[in-house]
Design a protein around this ligand. Structure first.
Ligand code: PHE
Length: 453
């Protein structure tokens, strides 16, 4: 099956292309929309510190494991586990990953649509017309409750996604990320300079960078770990899929380090854009999920050159969402190409449309379907909860156990050292220890803590 569909699979053109694409997957709404508000809600500097520990101790080893599985097998998540342990229950991890990709993209596409809408609304200036975050928040609430508008932008986001993924790995995903990722970094730097030069910005910097350890407790640690997972795109095989297009010449450890650094740097940078601005405007950092959509427009409206800055900011948010969205779609598509023998075009169109359809009730969850609730949560929250809080951590934990104990670190080591790449002491030993003991136990604790009432 693998050989006959190989021409449909494709490969990255260079290591840089791979690193940019994998970073594109990692850097997304998780970094720009979610990271600042969870930092804001969880006490600032201390949370940032715990987050960083989670990224390096738990996220980094899993990312290397996922890249290794992908490159070893040149397959999608289901195919990868099946090739290494044929017909075993471990293949279930792959199915869980494909399902997670399906579910995550269904609501991610909705929020991606919001970002597209805010690009348009900041160009027209309508989001900048409010004197305080309260009115801007109402405007946001009205917008996400408007069926026609939400569906239109949701469809636009998914269509963009489909148009890129249909062109394949090299022509579509790689080309898009080569342009989009560097653009994003440049824009963020400009915004940071703008933010830091506002009067009163330093108070925000202090909130962001000074750890106050009295703010740390069990639940803060859990949130930090979950955020690390989502932000690094781990636990569903997106990184297995991207790794499967990588040549054996490339050094997996350095790719891992680049992607982790890039994702982390962007999250940290976004904090440096948002907190100085929030404090300079005398606003609270604890606004929650509305921080970006309802607080920032007020911040922009009040600052010199604010109109331009707003357009740039929402453009950036849309770019980050697209490069993550394509990795979610590609993971599901790769399964249908490799395992089911579909051609790329058919796989992308069918999968893309079905995911869009599944996303429709999520999109309507803040409007006409706002009252349709089960256990107090709307459709959107349920899909997000199942995928992000259950499937991702479980997927990550089982991937670590699989690589650490079932397929074995010895085999993984061999794959990592292919083509004269060295996995040196003490890094190799350190990784083995983390992936076998620390990662599964830590993720297991998070998972259990999450399902306990
Ligand atoms: N990492 C992406 C973000 O931060 C989301 C994502 C999760 C993408 C899982 C792919 C897989 O927005």
């Amino acid at each position: 099956m693998k050989t006959e569909s190989n021409n449909q699979r494709g490969a990255w053109g260079s290591r840089l292309a791979f690193v940019l694409a994998a970073s594109g997957s990692a850097v997304g709404l998780g970094n720009i929309w979610k990271f600042p508000y969870v930092v804001g809600e969880n006490g600032g500097g201390a949370f940032v510190l715990i987050y960083l520990i989670c990224v390096f101790v738990i996220g980094t080893p899993i990312m290397l494991a996922e890249f290794t599985l992908g490159r070893k097998t040149s397959l999608n998540p289901v195919g990868a586990f099946d090739q290494l342990k044929p017909k075993s229950p471990w293949t279930g991890i792959g199915y869980m990953g494909v399902l997670a990709g399906f579910l995550i993209l269904s609501f991610y596409g909705v929020v991606g649509g919001w970002t597209f809408a805010y690009v348009a609304k900041s160009i027209s200036g309508s989001v900048l017309a409010f004197p305080s975050p309260k009115e801007a928040g109402e405007f946001f609430g009205n917008f996400i409750g408007n069926t026609g508008e939400v569906l239109f932008y949701h469809a636009l986001f998914m269509a963009t996604n489909i148009a890129i993924v249909i062109r394949g790995v090299k022509g579509g995903i790689e080309k898009a990320c080569n342009i989009l990722m560097p653009t994003l970094v440049v824009i963020l730097f400009l915004l940071m300079i703008r933010s830091l030069t506002l009067d009163g910005a330093m108070e925000g910097v202090a909130f962001y960078l000074t750890p106050d350890f009295s703010k740390i407790n069990g639940s803060v640690i859990l949130i930090a770990l979950g955020q690390a997972f989502f932000s690094l795109s781990l636990g569903m095989g997106a990184m297995i899929t991207y790794g499967s297009y990588l040549s054996v010449k490339e050094n997996l450890t350095s790719c891992t380090v680049y992607v982790v650094m890039f994702d982390t740097l962007i999250a940290l940078l976004v904090g440096m854009v948002i907190f100085p601005a929030v404090f300079a405007m005398g606003l609270e950092p604890t606004e929650g999920p509305g921080l970006v959509f309802s607080v920032l427009p007020t911040v922009f409206a009040d600052m010199p050159m604010g109109h331009g800055v707003a357009v740039i900011f929402f453009l950036l948010l849309a770019i980050a969402a697209i490069t993550s969205g394509i990795s979610l779609l590609e993971t599901v598509v790769a399964y249908f190409i490799d395992q089911r023998g579909w051609d790329r075009k058919r796989a992308v169109l069918i999968v893309g449309l079905v995911i869009f359809a599944l996303g429709v009730p999520s999109g309507l969850s803040f409007g006409v379907m706002g009252d349709v609730k089960l256990f107090g949560m709307n459709f959107f929250d349920h899909v997000d909860n199942i995928a992000s809080n259950y499937l991702l951590p479980l997927g990550g934990m089982f991937t670590a156990i699989f690589v650490g104990w079932v397929w074995g670190t010895k085999n993984a080591h061999e794959e990592i050292e292919k083509h004269e790449n060295k996995f040196h002491f003490p890094w190799a030993q350190c990784w083995e220890f983390l992936i076998r003991y620390i990662t599964p136990v830590a993720v297991g604790i998070v998972f259990i803590a999450k399902i306990l009432p």
